[in-house]
Design a binder for this molecule. Structure first.
Ligand code: 5AD
Ligand code: SF4
Length: 475
């Protein structure tokens, strides 16, 4: 039976995966008859929006296989971890979950444990799992998540340990089932991978070279999402500003935005992330002319020191970054600018941090994520000299964090008294009578309202600024 199952499989995608989804569903039914209970699954996602999007696709595949999603990670029959390796603490968190899982007994002694994502593209991690975590049944990487049903079929037909990691991406496979976390907003991949090779970053190694999706496919996906009630799309890529580079006849990113804007029913468009070296004047003008593109640009600085930026291979100087930020502030005064900053890069000195703080004070970020540099195996920075002590890094990190918090608090106040359009996302966690929504500039506002407002876009007057969020009233 096993041989014929694999021999009869179509070779073209996605037909091949629909074939395996159907067969996995039958194999699961057989297993359920033995277990005397319906089988369940749980997906734990670490890391960024890309991983979140991948997990939605895998949730779609598992649901299509007839499995039920449950909230109890350690009680599910199929437990899937979608891992991240951007910094070492992401890796440690994952091992923490695996340890807890191993310590918990389960009603089904044949519980299936599957792990995938960025960590699995690192040979050392896979070796460690093979050596010390023998209870993990299925290991796959970032390039073949669409093959989940096929891998589960391999396991269910007798392979106790299935390992399938690809060094390089192959085709982009579209039209895989997806179950979205939110009915009213969705991420849309416009490109995969990254070609920038910032010297600290592992992404190009684990996610592969940059590949842009076909614009027609992206628009088709947005239209489908709109027809399902989605109001806000977030266009996802490691560097959206280089969308279409190197593809003859492809749209540029600003041109793509103009096409997405035409999709009826999509009322808000976000995008993430913008590399400062590639953010064009054309993009600024397209944003200026648009009433659908949200007033938010995430523009990772990483460091304010030209010397460190060079060592990071960021390909812009402090002055060029400041010039770009000033242009955005003058052309788009209501746009919020947020950023990522790394502290403790090899060779960094107090003067370099002074430069970073100088940029923070000049740009006046609306928000920032600050990270401590984490060496990643195989990246150029991991073998650079000049690592500072933990104490130095901690003190400088606090200095950067204080500057960021002071500026973003001061910046948030500028919207006070405005009436803003808000996408209502949730009921307030602390107070059931309040609803929580997101403004175009990505700030959150809490206001009295009915639960039925979730997923709607409403106008809210901002009545009180609480530092990083607002209280308001619907008008
Ligand atoms: N150490 C610390 N922070 C890192 N980032 C990427 N790689 C590292 C690393 N090795 C940060 C960058 C990036 C964000 C997603 O993560 O600031 O913009
Ligand atoms: Fe990493 Fe740089 Fe690519 Fe961003 S642009 S994913 S920081 S290599």
């Amino acid at each position: 039976m096993r041989d014929s199952l694999f021999e009869l499989a179509p070779v073209t995608e996605p037909q091949r995966q629909y074939y395996f989804i159907e067969n996995a569903a039958s194999l699961i039914k057989l297993r359920e008859a033995e277990l005397l209970h319906p089988m369940t699954f749980h997906v734990t996602t670490f890391g960024c929006q890309m991983n979140a999007k991948d997990s939605e696709k895998m949730t779609g595949i598992l649901t299509e296989m007839g499995l039920r999603e449950v909230g109890d990670e350690y009680g599910a029959d199929i437990v899937l971890y979608n891992t991240c390796t951007i910094r070492d603490n992401a890796n440690q968190k994952f091992y923490g979950h695996l340890g807890t899982l191993n310590g918990k007994s389960h009603r089904n002694s044949d519980r299936i444990v599957a792990v995938c994502g960025c960590m699995m593209q690192e040979p050392d991690c896979v070796e460690k799992l093979k050596k010390s975590y023998g209870f993990v049944n299925i290991i796959f990487g970032t390039h073949n998540i669409y093959k989940l049903a096929e891998l589960i079929c391999r396991h269910l037909t007798g392979e106790s340990h299935v390992i399938d990691i690809w060094d390089k991406p192959e085709e982009i496979v579209e039209d895989i089932p997806t179950v979205r976390k939110y009915p009213f907003k969705s991420g849309v991949n416009i490109m995969y991978g990254c070609n920038n090779y910032c010297t600290y970053c592992i992404v190009p190694y684990v996610r592969g070279n940059e590949r842009s999706r076909d614009a027609g496919e992206i628009i088709k996906e947005c239209e489908k999402l709109a027809s399902e009630g989605v109001k806000e799309v977030m266009l996802l890529g490691q560097n959206v500003n280089s969308y279409g580079n190197g593809i003859e006849g492809s749209l540029s990113f600003p041109e793509l935005l103009k096409e997405v804007e035409k999709v009826e029913g999509i009322e808000r468009i976000r995008f993430m992330t913008s590399h400062p070296k590639d953010l064009s004047d054309e993009l600024i003008q397209v944003m200026k002319a648009s009433n659908k593109i949200c007033r938010h640009i995430h523009l990772p600085l990483q460091s304010g020191s030209t010397r460190i930026l060079k060592a990071m291979n960021r390909r812009y100087t402090k002055e060029q970054y400041l010039e770009l930020a000033a242009k955005i502030r003058s052309e788009l005064p209501d746009v919020a600018i947020t950023t990522d900053i790394i502290v403790g890069f090899p060779g960094e000195t107090t003067e370099d941090i002074d430069d970073t703080i100088d940029v923070i004070r000049k740009v006046r970020y609306d928000g920032a994520f600050t990270f401590i540099y984490s060496p990643r195996t195989g990246t150029p920075a991991a073998s650079m000299d000049g690592r500072q002590s933990k104490e130095w890094i901690k003190a400088e990190f606090d200095r950067v964090l204080n500057a960021v918090q002071e500026e973003s608090k001061a910046m948030a106040v500028r919207f006070m008294g405005n009436t803003e359009s808000v996408l209502v996302e949730d009921v307030n966690e602390q107070d059931e009578s309040l609803m929580t929504g997101r403004m175009s500039n990505n700030l959150m506002v809490h206001f009295p309202g009915e639960h039925s407002l979730i997923g709607k876009i409403v106008n809210v007057k901002l009545t009180e600024c609480k530092g990083f969020y607002y209280m308001g009233e619907m008008v």
